[in-house]
Write a protein that binds this ligand. Structure first.
Ligand code: NHW
Ligand code: NZE
Length: 392
């Protein structure tokens, strides 16, 4: 893969494979900002049949078009058995954080039919890289319709979102992908904890273990009906200041982490039905908030199964333990997810997650998730445990 040429990415201010190991290159921004008057004012050229459209995600009609494009053309697993099925309410949550720019929700449609055929988004985020707090764009939902693949549309989408981000005087970005590009700042492993093993085996997500019966497998993954930690409850609006303090302190230990203020915590972590769930431990004695855990809801469409059409998956988001052992806190998260009828609970080996994965019966997934920074060089890749950033 290192021998591969990257005709587009070799033109971009990102770590290049040829520079791996070259410790004489300084850490930090690769290119300096350009004066806003020198940023290209007009959109990049598209092939003749297509036009840019700024997607107003507040519009039910436009949100539905984006939802349908992603439902039919977004990320599939390596065996093409599942495809992410982000819900409309999830997309509105993901794309409208504090300070968001509508102009960073970019679509491409066919001039004649007005059909949406491609999409890419950015949202602003403050990301700390070691001691440097940088306002970046988090880039996500890059999607080209299956019928328009391998036509070099993606580089145009990426250049256009870069141009629009530059117009807001932002010069760095963060993104993740299942594919290897120049050059990952970290490569993470994802893990799955079965909650409904019978369905997971039926859809082909998991296989019955050797010398295992179905009833033995169901018993292996069984969870109690109720959580065990005293004071474990759903987060509420009045908890935002305490949760913000808890999270900021916890995330300060990681080399790269999101820098969340109270507005960000209210948006990203206050429970939203079918989108994000968050729980905390309030000490029954002192009423102090000592621990926090959260997961987001991202179903996958099951491709080609007679009995099931969708897999209900929870994805570990941000978790903090200061009093309750992380193992016990995450087991309570599993118990809640099971009670809410999730089929599987997924987690990356970022932050301190690898301390609980095996013990809570997570199994390793079949792929990796690579983390990237745009226009910011790190001298060496980070271990997943040095990352305090989860992208949706
Ligand atoms: C300062 C602000 C900066 C903001 C911008 C920051 C950067 C943001 C970067 C974006 C972050 C997105 C994060 C995100 O959304 C999360 S990763 C999920 C990406 N989406 C999917 O996988 C959905 C299904 N696949 C598709 O829709 C297409 O296959 C896509 C559109 C992926 C590529 O369409 P295609 O028809 O298959 O391919 P061509 O058009 O012919 O283009 C080929 C070129 O595209 C490069 N490519 C392929 N996949 C990529 C990927 N996932 N990231 C970046 N680059 C990717 C590839 O290496 C090649 O370049 P090279 O020749 O140099 O190797
Ligand atoms: C992060 N965000 C940018 C979406 C995204 N893009 N590319 C990806 C590649 C892997 C994962 C991922 C992350 C965590 C996890 F537990 C399982 C995952 O994928 C399983 C394989 N799969 C793909 C579709 N349906 C199932 C996410 C993504």
């Amino acid at each position: 893969v290192l021998g591969k040429t990257h005709k587009f990415w070799e033109t971009q201010p990102v770590g290049q494979f040829k520079d791996i190991g070259n410790t004489s290159l300084a850490e930090g921004p690769i290119e300096q900002p350009t004066p806003l008057s020198e940023v290209k004012q007009e959109p990049y050229n598209l092939p003749n049949l297509y036009e840019w459209i700024t997607c107003d995600i507040d519009s039910e009609e436009m949100c539905m078009e984006v939802y349908k494009l992603l439902t039919n053309n977004y990320v599939e697993d390596d065996e093409n058995m599942f495809r992410f099925n982000y819900s409309k309410e999830f997309l509105r949550w993901a794309l409208r954080p504090p300070g968001y720019f509508k102009s960073w929700h970019i679509g491409v449609r066919v001039k004649s039919s007005k059909k949406l055929v491609a999409f890419i988004t950015g949202v602003p985020a403050r990301i700390r890289v070691r001691d440097d707090i940088v306002t970046m764009a988090e880039i996500n939902f890059l999607c080209v319709h299956k019928k328009l693949r391998s036509k070099r549309l993606a580089p145009v989408m990426i250049k256009e979102v870069t141009r629009r981000v530059h117009l807001e005087n932002i010069w760095q970005a963060a993104y993740t992908a299942g594919v290897v590009l120049p050059t990952p700042i970290s490569t993470c492993q994802y893990w799955h904890r079965s909650l409904n093993p019978k369905k997971l085996i039926d859809v082909g997500f998991s296989r019955l273990g050797a010398r295992m019966t179905m009833s033995r497998t169901i018993k292996l993954y069984k969870l109690p009906d109720s959580t065990v930690t005293p004071g474990f409850r759903q987060m509420e609006l009045h908890d935002v200041p305490a949760v913000t303090r808890l999270l900021r302190n916890y995330l300060s230990q990681f080399a790269v982490a999101v820098d969340l203020d109270e507005n960000d915590v209210e948006h990203w972590l206050l429970p939203t039905e079918n989108v994000v769930d968050s729980y905390l431990v309030e000490s029954p004695e002192t009423h102090e908030i000592t621990d926090f855990c959260s997961f987001y809801t991202l179903p996958s469409t099951v491709l080609g199964n007679q009995n099931y059409s969708t897999l209900k998956a929870a994805y570990s988001y941000y978790n903090v333990s200061t009093k309750t052992p992380l193992l016990q806190l995450m087991n309570d998260a599993l118990i809640v997810a099971k009670r809410k009828d999730y089929d599987v609970f997924n987690a990356l080996d970022v932050m301190q997650n690898e301390t609980f994965l095996k013990e809570l019966k997570f199994g390793p997934g079949d792929g990796k998730l690579h983390y990237y920074l745009y226009n910011y060089r790190l001298r060496n890749p980070l271990k997943p445990a040095e990352l305090g950033l989860v992208l949706l």
